[in-house]
Design a protein around this ligand. Sequence first.
Ligand SMILES: *Cc1c(COP(=O)(O)O)cnc(C)c1O
Length: 392
Amino acid sequence: MESDNKRIYLSAPHMTGNEQKYINSSFESNWIAPLGPNVDRFEKEISQYVGANGALAVSSGTAAIHLALRLLDVKAGDKVFCSTLTFVASVNPILYQQAVPVFIDSEFDTWNMSPLALKKAFMDAEKEGNLPKAVIVVHLYGQSAKMDEIIEICTFYQVPIIEDAAESLGSTYMGRKSGTIGKFGVYSFNGNKIITTSGGGMLVSNDHEALVKGKFLATQARDISPYYQHSELGYNYRMSNILAGIGIAQLAEIEGRVSQKQAIFQRYVRELGHIKEFVFMPEYQGTRHNRWLTAFFIDSVQPMFTPLELIQELENENIEARPVWKPMHLQPLLKEYRFYPHSIHLNVADCLFQKGVCLPSGTNMTEEEQARVIQTIQSFVSRKRKQRFIAT
Ligand SMILES: *Cc1c(COP(=O)(O)O)cnc(C)c1O
């Protein structure tokens, strides 16, 4: 039956039903573009929700990272340290500025930036007399990095932090919202994120002046003048009033979405946790993990199967699963840049990439659909166990 085999996505957009109301209000007032009351309200509500002084709504998370780099005066030839285990959007804005990324490995407690590797990179940079202008810390799949340790190092060298919280809206670190701990925080409302505006992003900060400057840069950097006059390079990066309307309705549901994501994760653990090779991504002490995606890695010296084989098996059942992000230092685009491993003997990001799997985690996935995912994995694992048993 076709309906039995409906595609299950990794994390599909999940509308609340209230989005249309805000879109209609834009039409009725003809606030179609640019900006307008929905944008103002969305910014205010995001900053209230995360506890930041201010927020700037932009066209994507990538644009927000780019603005943060501009606001920190990152220029051609400047160094920027960045988590290696991430999506390329964390890094591309560094290249837009013709700056030089240096990639920092992960550690196993959070899968995020290793304070050990970060410290090593700083010590080398200091020796070379060339400290980075900024550090971009990613909170992968919704798990916060070890911010206390990272802040201690960055404070010592007086280098500001940009938190790439594109995947971690709703997560917390020691009671504070992810994205509000560094100098700047970045969220994404791309289609597969925990809430979506179909496409969009947000820059948050406690530095009001920086956000005013960010708004100026995001609207083509128009001087205060009766003409269209420009003294600086700007961008067309603002969010449209229609999309901000979607965001308002989505944000109202964020706490519910986090609970739903956590429930999806807990069910995977309940029903697959007995498979001894599966190590699920931890929730680090003192943090709340929004479980944007449920992720685990296959921990075995001689694994029964590879992540790609499992992902293919799921694909055969019309289920979308993915490997863990391919680290940036392994990307053909970025292979010329430096990389600092967790330790001489241990390269954590490569290990997570080679062994890791992300499972469907959409909040509109039904219980039956999740059962289908679990069933497919269980029968694949027992088939592989049998084959292994017969072969040995
Ligand atoms: C999605 C994502 C981004 C980029 O956000 P866009 O809105 O798609 O530009 C940046 N960093 C990470 C880690 C992401 O997952």
